[in-house]
Each structure stands twice: as C-alpha cells, then as structure tokens.
Design a protein around this ligand. Structure first.
Ligand code: CO8
Length: 256
C-alpha cells in the first residue's frame, strides 16, 4: 500500500500516521484511499482493539488537497465519488481516536471529527476554511462540527473560516483532552491500550450507543441503550468483569 499512510501495530493498538509532510498531510485521493483500505482491514482484525490516527507535529492534515481538487468539474466530482472514500472510517466498529497536533483544517478537521474522540496537543488548530476557497465543508463539517460545538460556534467557524486553538476547542467540546505536544502521542496510545484491553462486545456496544444518540430522540436512544445493554449479560466477559470486581482482581476478558 502507498506510504502516504504508515501503519504500525503496537500490541492490540494500530497506529495510522498520515505521511505527506511536503503538503502538510493534505488529503489527496491516494492518501484517502490508503487510509480507508487500512481502516477497513483493521476493522476486521480481531487482534486490534483500538485504532489511532495521527499526523505530524506541524499538521494533522491541512485539508483536502486543493491542488488536486482545483481543476475538477461537477460531473467528475459526482462520478468519481470523491467523498465516498472515507466510508470505512464511519463504518468501523473498532474505536478510532484522533491525535491532533498542528493544523486540522477543512477535510483534516472533518477526518478528526469522524473519529470517536479527538485528543489535541496544545499546538493544535482546528478550522473549516473552505469558504475562503469558494466552497463549503464536504466531508461532514457542517453536520459534525455543529453537533459538537453548537450552531453559534459552527456558524462562526464555517462562515468566517477562522481557526480555533486547542483551548477553545476543548472548551467548546470539540476536543476530549489536551496534552503537551511532545507527549500527545504517548498519552493517546495509552488511552487506546486501555480501550483495547476491555471486552470487545461492550466496547462495540458503548460506541454504537453513543453514536446512536446523534441519530434519534432521547426516548428512542434510551430504548436503544437498553436493547444493547441487556445482551451483554449473555457474555462471559460480563461475568468475568463483575466477578473480578467482587474478588478484587483485574478482569481477564476473553473477548478482547
Ligand atoms: N492542499 C494542497 N496543498 C497544501 C494544502 C492543501 N490543503 N495545505 C498546504 N499545502 C501545501 C502548500 O501548498 C505548500 O506546498 P508548496 O511548498 O509546494 O508550496 C506546503 O503544503 C506547505 O504549506 P504552506 O507553505 O502554506 O505552509 P504555512 O505554514 O505557510 O501555512 C496553512 C499553513 C495555514 C495550513 C496553509 O498551508 C493553508 O492555509 N492551507 C490550506 C488550508 C485549507 O484551506 N484547507 C481546506 C482545504 S478544502 C477542504 O478540505 C474541503 C474538504 C471537502 C471534502 C474533500 C473530500 C476529499
């Protein structure tokens, strides 16, 4: 596979590093296709319990590749399914964490928001600057940013194209936690290892239930939560998790 995305397996965690330093990790077709292929493969891998996507110190990703997009026409965009290449990321049941340093702009910010949680370094800058290019966010920004930070901030970001620093992003709940730039990746890998150590059926159920809250009403969501909660009592890992608590020991989950 192309080296625009590097894959490293560290025990039960897969680390995907965006690797186009010459273009601040701009998301071109090659990179997006490679990223999607890696995620699709990792989603099927029973040995992998969590995936981390990161970039460089300077940029997580500075957006879709403007040089590649500039000369495209409507029919070409439509027929090539330019936006369809990230489906694997949303479809993946294994949790995906974004470790963001530097710029996460346009499609870069949208890629981070497709992940299940964003962890930022104190140097991170988020933005949806597409308006400056005569377009709008096209990989989910108008929807996911609005759900994450609310209408006022989303409008402010998308209509002005301004950037948001890590502190503001944490304050308005785009970002889960901030770490110093030099320890970000280690910290996120530790979080990923923790998640990968839990029982997969409960991790899948938790991710699904939280994501469901974005799609349905509260009563529907609560109903859905109950429906995914009860079956967990049919798993050996529920017995193991609760027995380990009672016996004051670490659980040894079978279905990690
Ligand atoms: N596309 C292509 N090349 C880029 C991009 C990009 N998005 N961003 C940076 N680069 C390139 C630069 O052209 C430059 O290359 P070269 O050395 O050959 O001139 C190199 O990366 C370094 O960039 P700069 O010299 O500009 O670095 P600075 O530190 O001066 O500035 C910035 C950093 C502020 C991040 C600046 O590069 C910038 O503004 N980049 C563009 C940000 C942007 O507008 N992003 C939105 C793109 S549109 C988008 O994402 C729409 C998503 C829709 C869905 C797409 C589906 C695939």
């Amino acid at each position: 596979m192309s080296d625009t995305v590097l894959l490293e397996r560290r025990d039960r965690v897969a680390l995907l590093t965006l690797n186009r330093p010459e273009a601040l990790n701009a998301l071109n077709t090659e990179l997006l296709t490679t990223l999607s292929a890696h995620v699709a493969e990792l989603a099927e891998d029973q040995e992998i319990g969590c995936i981390v996507i990161t970039g460089s110190q300077k940029a997580f990703a500075a957006g879709a590749d403007i040089k590649e997009m500039r000369d495209k026409g409507y029919i070409e965009m439509l027929m090539s399914d330019f936006f369809g290449r990230y489906g694997a990321i949303s479809a993946c049941r294994t949790p995906i964490l974004a470790a963001v340093s530097g710029y996460a702009l346009g499609g870069g910010c949208e890629l981070a928001m497709m992940c299940d949680a964003i962890y930022a370094s104190d140097t991170a800058k988020f933005g949806q600057p597409e308006i400056r290019l005569g377009v709008i966010p096209g990989m989910g920004g108008s929807q996911r940013l609005t759900r994450a930070v609310g209408k006022a901030k989303a409008m402010d970001m998308i209509l002005t194209g301004r950037m948001m620093d890590a502190e503001e992003a944490e304050r308005c709940e785009l970002v889960a936690r901030i770490f110093p730039a030099d320890t970000l990746l280690d910290e996120v890998m530790k979080i990923a290892e923790t998640i990968a150590g839990y029982s997969r059926p409960s991790v899948f159920a938790a991710k699904e239930a939280v994501n469901r809250s974005f799609e349905v009403s509260l009563s529907e969501g609560l109903h859905y939560e109950h429906r995914v909660f009860y079956p967990l009592f049919a798993t050996e890992d529920q017995k193991e998790g609760m027995t380990a608590f009672v016996e004051k020991r670490k659980p040894d989950f079978r279905h990690r």
